[in-house]
Every structure is written in C-alpha cells, then in structure tokens.
Design a protein around this ligand. Structure first.
Ligand SMILES: Cc1cc2nc3c(=O)[nH]c(=O)nc-3n(C[C@H](O)[C@H](O)[C@H](O)COP(=O)(O)O)c2cc1C
Length: 371
C-alpha cells in the first residue's frame, strides 16, 4: 500500500473509512464500524442529521468568529472532544498513546476509556493535554472508587460515567465473526494496574485477571444511588454518558452532576432506539443551562456539529472518524482528522452566519420538509 502523505490523506469520511478497512482485519473493522442488531439506530443517527437543515443568516460579520470554547473549565480549540473508545490497540499498536498525543496537539480533550489498551497512567504520561476519564461502573464499589481516585491523581479533569452499558449490546456482526476484543484481553490495562482489583485477584483462587474482570465488569444493577455514591467520593466533575430522555436529564440535574452526554453509543447498544440528535431538543428545553450538554453519535462533518450545537449541545464527542485516522496513520492520522474537522466546522459556522458560538440556537435549524 502507498505511503499516506498530507496530500493523499482522505478528506472525505467515506474514503477514510474505506482506507481504514483496507488496513484492518475484517473482524476488527466490523467491530468498529457496526452497530447493534439490524443497525437501525446506527442508520437513524445519520438520517437524523439529514433531516435537520441549517438556515443560514447573512450580513452578520463573521470576521471575528472563533471556535474556541470553555468546556469543564478548560479553554479548548473547538467544541469537539475525542469520545472514549476502548481497546484502541486493536487498530494501531500505539493505541491511546497516539490518540492522546494528537488530541493534545490540537488542543482538544481526550476521553480515555476504562477498557483502554494502555493504563490511564501510561496515557497521562504521554501528554499534558486536557484529559477526562470514562468509567464503566464496576460491580464492586471499591474498584469504582479506586479507578476514580487514580484518574484524579493522574490529572484527569472529569469523570464520564457511561450509563448505557448494563450489558453489551446484541452486536450481530461480532457474534457472526465470533469476535470480542474484550474476551481477548485487549482492554484490561486499567484493571491490571489497579491495586484494589489486584488484591481481589489474589484473594480468588486460580482466577486470571480476565476471569476476575469478567465477574465485576458489568453492573446491571447500576442505578441513581450509585451515581450519588460516586458524587460523594469525588470532587471531579461528573458527566453521564448515554442520556436520551428529558426525564433522565432532569434527574441527572437534580443529582447535582455537571453534565450529560446525549448519546446512543454510536448505535452499538440498544438497536431500535431513537437517533441521538432527535433527543437533543427536548433535553435542552427541559434543563436549559442547568447542565453542560454534550452530544455524540453520528458526527462526521462540520455541518453536523453546527446542527448539534444549534439543537442544544455545548460540545460534541467524535468517535469512529478519529479511530479510522488512527488505523490509517497512527498519531498523524488522528491529528489530520481533527484538523480537518476543525476547519470544516469553522467554515460551516461562518457560512451559517454565526458570528459567535454563544448565539447559535435552534433558530438556525429546521426540519426538512417531508416530500
Ligand atoms: C470501537 C468503539 C469502541 C467504543 N468504546 C467505548 C468505551 O469504551 N466507552 C464508552 O463510553 N463508549 C465507547 N464507544 C462509544 C463512543 O464513545 C461514542 O459514543 C460513539 O463512538 C459515538 O458515535 P460515532 O462513532 O458515530 O462518533 C465506542 C465506540 C466504538 C466505535
């Protein structure tokens, strides 16, 4: 395969995805690209973007537009964060280390997953960039506490608790391929490095790290009391990822957390559930500015970000696009994807007549008319 240069690096998302596919084993590519079930929600995420259209305003003087924003107290280059994606070592040997470095160079926050291929301390030692830690809440509060404390010590500035993972979604393509990077032990670095978990392993006879991790990893009993517990043990800001209803957003606000991520996990969990974009407007109406509202699932281009911001998001997470960049060209690939997205966002905002991010609201979008 030819070497990729700046000139040949794909601009179009679809070409990037194709190139990444050529670089990856089939089962790995399927794991990344697919959604749960019939992939109805995966498709709905994209369809929702096409159903909302931007209504541009003109003669607004966009010459002083800046995409810089403050999120969670940090000035970042654009309202874009790198979504937590586990086990990045399956697409590139440098995995999260490369991604975190690229994110820092672009001054965008990197959200490290619980199931990263490198431990949170190893990732932190690669970069001084803004970093958050995503928690899959384990079925052992002592491990939850330990992970969160380690995150704080390692300089992570927020905890993102993913709430839509009571168990793994029914992912037909992975089941067909009989592929699970989790069961192959590709995401155990944080557990392996955890003192509380190690103690647990040493107490259980003959259990391997992975066997023991399988016992505590999922917590189907996760409920609001667990969020209250976490709130009580950490001073780090907490964001709940996977919120799709105004009711849950309201409860989250009442629990005194800092924010939510409106997300359906990129269509990978409950198939048949609503498009993430379609959840935004009612959530924004319910909670206004009480919480920071982040958004993900389906962001591919700058115009998508404009629509999400107009519908109420303060910033967005991007997932698969940067992972494909990583697969294609490691750190450089991630950086190119981020640069392109930033530039596309800047141009899209300017052409929409947005002179300051603060003014962008629902008046900038309208539902496409039915034929
Ligand atoms: C390969 C892959 C692994 C993921 N791993 C995690 C994870 O470890 N934790 C998590 O909260 N979300 C995880 N997600 C979901 C992302 O954080 C995000 O919600 C989703 O990718 C956004 O959709 P997008 O890919 O369309 O941008 C993963 C997504 C993908 C594609």
């Amino acid at each position: 395969m030819e070497t990729i240069t700046e000139r040949t690096f794909p601009v179009q998302y679809e070409q990037l995805e194709n190139l990444a596919e050529q670089k990856m084993e089939k089962d790995v590519f399927d794991y990344v690209q697919s959604g749960a079930g019939y992939e109805e929600t995966l498709r709905a995420n994209r369809q929702a973007f096409e159903q909302w259209k931007i209504v541009p305003r003109f003669l607004t003087d966009v010459s002083r537009l800046s995409t810089q924003v403050k999120v969670n107290g940090a000035e970042i280059a654009a309202p874009i964060l790198l979504a937590p994606i586990g086990m990045q070592g399956i697409v590139h040997e440098e995995g999260e280390l490369a991604t975190a470095r690229a994110a820092a160079k672009e001054n965008l926050p990197f959200v490290a997953s619980t199931v990263s291929s490198y431990s949170m301390e190893e990732i932190a030692s690669e970069t001084h960039g803004v970093r958050w830690f995503q928690l899959y809440y384990p079925n052992d509060p002592a491990i939850a506490k330990s992970l969160v404390e380690r995150a704080k010590t390692a300089g992570y500035s927020a905890i993102v608790i993913t709430v839509d993972m009571a168990m793994l979604g029914y992912r037909e393509r992975d089941r067909t391929n009989r592929y699970s990077p989790f069961l192959l032990g590709k995401g155990i670095a944080n557990y392996e490095a955890d003192p509380v978990f190690n103690e647990r392993v040493s107490r259980s006879e003959n259990a391997s790290f992975l066997d023991e991790m399988k016992k505590v990893f999922y917590k189907p009993s996760l409920c609001w009391e667990d969020i209250a517990y976490l709130r009580s043990i950490t001073s780090l800001p907490i964001y709940l990822k996977g919120i799709l209803s105004a009711e849950d957003a309201r409860t989250a606000a009442d629990f005194g957390i800092e924010g939510i991520v409106v997300s359906n996990h990129g269509g990978r969990q409950l198939d048949g559930c609503i498009a993430s974009l379609d959840a935004l407007s009612s959530i924004k109406k319910e909670i206004g500015d009480e919480l920071t509202i982040l958004f993900d699932s389906g962001i591919r281009r700058g115009a998508d970000i404009v629509k999400a911001l107009a519908l109420g998001a303060d910033a967005v997470f991007v997932g698969r696009p940067y992972l494909y960049g990583l697969a294609v060209d490691g750190e450089v690939g991630v950086q190119r994807v981020l640069k392109q997205l930033k530039e596309d966002l800047f141009i899209s905002l300017s052409l929409a007549g947005v002179s300051s991010l603060k003014e962008l609201n629902e008046q900038w979008v309208q539902r496409a008319k039915e034929e």
